[in-house]
Ligand binder design. Structure first.
Ligand code: GCO
Ligand code: MG
Length: 383
């Protein structure tokens, strides 16, 4: 999204909602933009409340991504008007750089080790480990080719086959090899992608304890928040949740009952910088740290904004980082940078990212849906 003020100042925001993106585009174009014309761009909080309370229909990914796009653009504008990078408006630096984790994934364990070695060589201090599972044709989260990671791969959802038994039997051996090869200090995370039940997640967490993960992510679908208590009672493997959450109310119970360790909400899906900070402030009271989602379906505009939040909050944990492909980087010129395992936000006024609309026009929209998962007997399962 681009917001232009009467004074000619431009702000950008991300409104991406992978697989449901046109719904947000319509929400903005048909419902939000007409109401923004003539409003004071300096009133970020008031605009947030106006869009949130004014809609009457609260929360949800479409609404909150649309609000996020506007909110992010207004912070960009405020930074440009003030002549300051956005993180300075958020209270300034709390750390020297933003620690990121990269994605090491391959069909085989040997392939995973090769990938991890590459990240370690590039200075990464944290790596996400995803491996193929023997007996399963493909597993979501494992790269399908060099640098290619896009789960939304077809206009109609593609279908994969899942087996919890095969998965639970295999994963610990992958982490055993990684620890054997790279020692105890490299921080490791693993994404379960909502595929287990609480008692299965408890078993996984216990079996991974010897490998001291920084987190296991989305062990179960999070609609049933009390389910996390059962996982907690059985394992000290830390838990990260929140990439599909849109509001502080989605996280409230998990945070206040200390059922998770990292909250993975993002600028784009959780109502923008204004609301994300509210979530992280609540989390800080309960020893929960941030661990924001940063897959490549979140645009460089979102990543730029995330870095301003990450560098300024007291309870930062980790930031996911999958570099975008060169074509995407060219469409979104930016001045954040990676160095020695850290990302650094832009020092330019505002967010330090732009959208090159002429270049973007060279890539016409193609519908792409996220996949679905079925058990070996055909039952539809979480993917
Ligand atoms: C992650 C996520 C992503 C999401 C994707 C959906 O931890 O990076 O699970 O891979 O599945 O962003 O569009
Ligand atoms: Mg995830």
């Amino acid at each position: 999204m681009k917001v232009v003020t009467d004074d000619g100042v431009t702000g950008v925001g991300d409104a991406t909602l992978n697989g449901r993106e046109l719904a947000v585009a319509s929400y903005l174009r048909d419902h939000v933009v007409p109401a923004l014309i003539g409003r004071d761009p300096a009133r970020i909080e008031d605009t947030w409340q106006y869009l949130y309370k004014g809609a009457y229909w609260r929360r949800g990914p479409v609404t909150m991504s649309a609000i996020a796009a506007v909110d992010t653009a207004l912070w960009d504008i405020k930074g440009k008007v003030a002549g300051l990078p956005v993180y300075q408006l958020l209270g300034g630096r709390s750390r020297a750089g933003v620690t990121v984790y990269g994605h090491a994934s391959a069909a085989t364990v040997d392939g995973v080790l090769t990938e991890v070695a590459r990240f370690v060589k590039d200075g990464y201090r944290a790596v996400r480990i995803q491996a193929g599972v023997p007996g399963l044709a493909g597993v979501y989260g494992v790269h399908i080719g060099p640098g290619v990671y896009e789960p939304a791969d077809a206009a109609v959802p593609s279908e994969a086959v899942w087996s919890t038994v095969r998965y639970l039997n295999h994963v610990p051996s992958v982490f055993a090899r990684v620890r054997e090869e790279f020692g105890p200090d490299l921080r490791l995370v693993h994404d379960v992608h909502h595929r287990l039940t609480p008692i299965e997640a408890a078993r996984l967490g216990k079996s991974l304890e010897p490998y001291a993960l920084t987190w296991m992510e989305d062990p179960v679908p999070a609609e049933l928040q009390e389910g996390f208590r059962l996982i907690r009672q059985h394992t000290t493997t830390p838990i990260a949740v929140g990439e599909v959450f849109n509001s502080v109310w989605d996280c409230q119970r998990l945070v206040t009952e200390q059922l998770i360790d990292y909250v993975r909400t993002t600028v784009v899906h959780a109502g923008g910088i204004t609301h994300l900070r509210r979530i992280f402030d609540l989390a800080a009271l309960y020893h929960v740290r941030s661990g924001s989602h940063g897959a490549t379906d979140l645009s460089p505009v979102c990543l730029a904004a995330a870095l301003h939040v990450d560098i300024s909050i007291p309870n930062f944990g980790l930031q996911e980082y999958m570099p975008h492909v060169a074509d995407t980087d060219a469409v979104f010129p930016h001045t954040y940078r990676f160095e020695d395992g850290f990302l650094h936000p832009s020092e330019e006024p505002g967010l330090g990212v732009d959208i090159d609309e002429d270049l973007a026009a060279r890539y016409p929209y193609r519908p792409a849906a996220l996949p679905v998962n079925r058990l070996e007997d055909g039952t539809l399962h979480s993917w």
